[in-house]
Design a protein around this ligand. Structure first.
Ligand SMILES: [Zn+2]
Length: 221
């Protein structure tokens, strides 16, 4: 099996797993993986992540032109904006996952740290999550908003829409998206109950021991 066909299988396998656990409904959500020639594989438009066909994934060249497969998701600009500003990103996952979408609508959310430092794994997998404002689907301005974050965030929450998460590998991007969703769920469960978050000392300790890079002004940094 060539590297390309392994990646195709992986996209379909992770897509099905996310869909079957209710993490993105209907034909929402999309996944992309960067290829060695600078192009990428991306899930097609109007395709459910639960029922992807490896042979029909959209294969794009480095300039974003369709080389083979079905037409790509209309949300390609979300992916290109994050790839452009995060050079190390090899894969991106975008979902319409319930708790993350709910979180994005709350009035108190800090756009530089959409979630407080609640668990060590959230910090280790997501670092901090930025919130960008609401944009109508297909509005190219959302890409500018993501580029405006200057690549400091691997996880971005689109208000009233859902998360976009980059990773060094497809698996890393999927796991980070799941961690973000679980942390958003915890936040909603505990909202108003005055929970203990990690202290600045505990955050500093994680940063030191695990070599984390947190954006300025996130989690008290
Ligand atoms: Zn979307």
């Amino acid at each position: 099996m060539s590297n390309d066909s392994k990646l195709r299988e992986d996209i379909c396998r992770f897509g099905r797993s996310l869909f079957e656990r209710g993490l993105t409904p209907g034909s929402s959500g999309n996944i992309s993986v960067k290829l060695e020639d600078g192009g990428w594989l991306v899930t097609p438009t109007n395709a459910s992540l639960g029922f992807l066909d490896p042979a029909r994934l959209s294969r794009l060249d480095p300039s974003g032109r369709l080389v083979s497969g079905d037409a790509p998701t209309k949300e390609v600009p979300l992916h290109t904006a994050l790839y452009e500003t995060r050079g190390a990103a090899r894969a991106i996952v975008h979902l319409h996952s319930t708790h993350s979408v709910a979180l994005s609508m709350l009035p108190e959310i800090d756009p530089r740290a959409a979630l407080p430092p609640m668990t060590a794994y959230y910090l280790m997998k997501c670092g901090a999550t930025a919130l960008v404002p609401y944009y109508r689907p297909g509005d190219p301005a959302v890409a500018d908003a993501i580029k405006g974050l200057a690549g400091k965030y691997s996880s971005v929450l689109l208000a009233n829409h859902g998360p976009v998460v980059a990773g060094d590998t497809l698996e890393a991007a999927v796991f980070a998206t799941e961690e973000l969703e679980e942390t958003a769920k915890l936040y909603l469960l505990l909202r108003g109950l005055n929970p203990r978050h990690l202290s600045p000392e505990q955050v500093k300790d994680l940063v030191k021991v695990f070599g984390l890079t947190l954006p300025e002004h996130a989690h008290g940094g």
